[in-house]
Ligand binder design. Structure first.
Ligand code: 13P
Length: 340
């Protein structure tokens, strides 16, 4: 059995109608997002932007937890309340990204290994003291004629499991995130095959390293055609192929699968999750842990300007609400018209 606290936290993160906001963009990634709206990536602009998201009234109806970046977990709201405290006071669980990014994998051109295990035990202890109750570690896999290699699949699975074991030791729920990237011309069949191989490796390592599945969450890609594929699969096919792969590879002891959006449009990410939940019930909760798909319209509405904060909050609230509806299969594209 998982320590009861771990299992309770994991289950709270996938409570009915709710999902996770990923607001843990690294310095490089947030700069890219800010560049796209012509805003400067200064520490205070990053703080102001995250503050806008975390103080959105009512978002907690649909948002169970927020993943923070190292800088963000140490920052405070405009009134001086530290972000983790602000979130907890609204019933939202603070989480933290702990990996140090995907780096080139030696002897494997085009493939990556995620780093960050050295000193992780000590960092987890500090983050727990700062209020984090769950964590995230992301590994990435590219699809190509010879990719991913077994070497890439197993080294990343091994690292993910080492991270997960350390998190559980620290009383922190590990979200394990193996992301098969959408880039390329691959078919949905290829994406299904690769996603299955990656999950097989991951659950073998998690079991071998004695990780308690009940105190974990899985954050995977959906099974999708490549961005540049000629004939891309539609909503029903994505839902069915994704479910097929997860039914084969994810133990029922895992409380929830919280999908990443991975470059899907925000409305596609909502429609796909909705279609999967409409086919339920399933052995695990099917939820979201979206970055771009929850934030894109809010970021655009904000544009780095103080006078746009309310418009940005309305846009974020709307996406959170749409994804909350997708948790029960009750989303319909017409609901988008009710946008604030
Ligand atoms: P996206 O939903 O934008 O893919 O981000 C989720 C995430 O946390 C990636 O690590």
């Amino acid at each position: 059995m998982a320590a009861p606290e771990l299992e309770l936290t994991a289950r709270a993160l996938v409570a009915p109608g709710k999902g996770i906001l990923a607001a843990d963009e690294s310095d490089g990634t947030i700069k890219k997002r800010f560049d796209s709206i012509g805003a400067e990536s200064t520490e205070d602009n990053r703080r102001a932007y995250r503050d806008l998201l975390f103080t959105t009234q009512g978002a907690e109806e649909f948002i169970s937890g927020v993943i923070l970046f190292d800088e963000t977990i140490r920052q405070s709201s405009a009134d001086g309340t530290p972000f983790p405290e602000l979130l907890s006071s609204r019933g939202v669980i603070p989480g933290i990204k702990v990996d140090k990014g995907a780096k080139p994998l030696a002897n494997a051109p085009g493939e990556t290994i995620t780093e960050g295990l050295d000193g992780l035990r000590e960092r987890l202890e500090e983050y727990r003291g700062l209020g984090a109750r769950f964590a995230k570690w992301r590994a990435t896999y590219s699809i190509g004629p010879e990719l991913p290699s077994e070497y890439c699949v197993w080294t990343n699975a091994h690292a993910l499991a080492r991270y997960a074991a350390l998190c559980q030791e620290a009383g922190i729920v590990p979200i394990v995130e193996p992301e098969v990237l959408m880039d390329g011309e691959h078919t949905i069949d290829e994406a299904a095959k690769v996603t299955g191989r990656v999950l097989q490796g991951l659950y073998t390592e998690l079991r071998d390293q004695r990780v308690d599945f009940a105190g974990t969450l899985l954050k995977p890609n959906m099974v999708l055609s490549g961005y540049d594929a000629g004939d891309r699969a539609g909503v029903d096919e994505v839902a069915e192929r994704t479910l097929e792969v997860f039914y084969r590879h994810v133990p029922a002891a895992v409380p929830g699968i919280v999908f990443l959006s991975g470059g899907q449009t925000d409305e596609d990410a909502t429609a796909h999750l909705n279609a999967m939940n409409a086919r339920g019930p399933h052995p695990w909760q099917l939820s979201f842990s979206y970055g771009r798909a929850l934030q894109a319209p809010a970021l655009k509405a904000w544009g780095g300007r103080r006078e746009n904060v309310e418009a940005a909050q309305r846009a974020y609230y709307h996406r959170a609400k749409m994804n909350g509806a997708a948790r029960t299969g009750s989303y319909a594209p017409e609901m988008e018209q009710a946008a604030a």
